[in-house]
Design a protein around this ligand. Sequence first.
Ligand code: ATP
Length: 344
Amino acid sequence: MSFLQLRGVEKWFGAQHAIRGIDLDIEPGEFVVFVGPSGCGKSTLLRLIAGLEGIDAGSLHLDGRDITTLPSAKRDLAMVFQSYALYPHMTVFDNMCFALKLAGADKATMRRKVERAAEILNLTHLLQRTPRELSGGQRQRVAIGRAIVRSPKVFLFDEPLSNLDAALRGQTRVEIAKLHRELGATTIYVTHDQVEAMTLADRVVVLRDGAIEQVGAPLALYDRPANQFVAQFIGMPQMNVLPAAALSQLQVIGGAQAPSDGYVGIRPEAVAVRSRGQAPIEAQVELVEALGADTLIHTAAAGGLQFVARQSERSPLRPGDAVAVALDPGALHFFDREGRALRA
Ligand code: ATP
């Protein structure tokens, strides 16, 4: 049995079937990230594991023990939320040792654990402050510290960085990655953020409508998505997906490569924009987005086909310019009519 095992997990909210038959195995020390569109059930699944909601069918086992109906406090899990929920009148030190105090730990143990966590999270100089005297990022580190001192079997994070500005988000993300490398604790992390999912996860779980679409290492999902949904959910900007029939008409792909009623996908970095006549697909530039290191070129071809290209060079192109689009033939993804990936 795996370290954390979910079998046939179901959850209903009234008539709404929020979680549908989830089977999942998480190994000790793994960093697993739940992603999916808003409302797909990421937070609910995390809350079911935490025991903050009861499951309607199925089972949960942690470290060999059936925790399906065990109260949250007895599951030996620590959860870090998007809102830090620190005690405002207590110092950082007291906030961090609160759970240990409740558990009856002795003073020396508490001090040792809090000081160690503070060191890891770079909070040592802030231990005597109250939350009001901290920045948002520092507060979130205290919330993480409060979870660490408990040495739980599993850390659960529900969008912990979404209240932070972009710079702090990036910084705190790197800290969480280092923290995981140092502690090696089993972690489940819910996020909307692609970069967080791709950089933090050992494995990503892509959810849609309460069910798992695919589970895999970040780059495996990127390179070998199981279906069109995963292909377009993972990767920014998203994969270009076009009807196979339209592309074979343009003689960009051979007719045998994809069923005529299927779809062809290509990532923006595998699309090149050239001068007219230098590539098979005639198109017009619609928009150029210069991101600094990268440039995104949005183009439109005949028949309503649209291609987004990503290149590392800057571009002199402007909207309305006539161009030609080339697709890297080795980078095509093929999907059947239902959107399932076809493997070569
Ligand atoms: P987001 O990314 O927007 O936070 P999510 O993927 O975390 O979304 P959940 O919050 O898990 O999604 O919600 C899954 C579905 O269950 C949604 O349709 C939501 O409206 C519904 N839901 C969640 N909690 C409750 C509740 N307590 N009562 C009724 N419906 C709920």
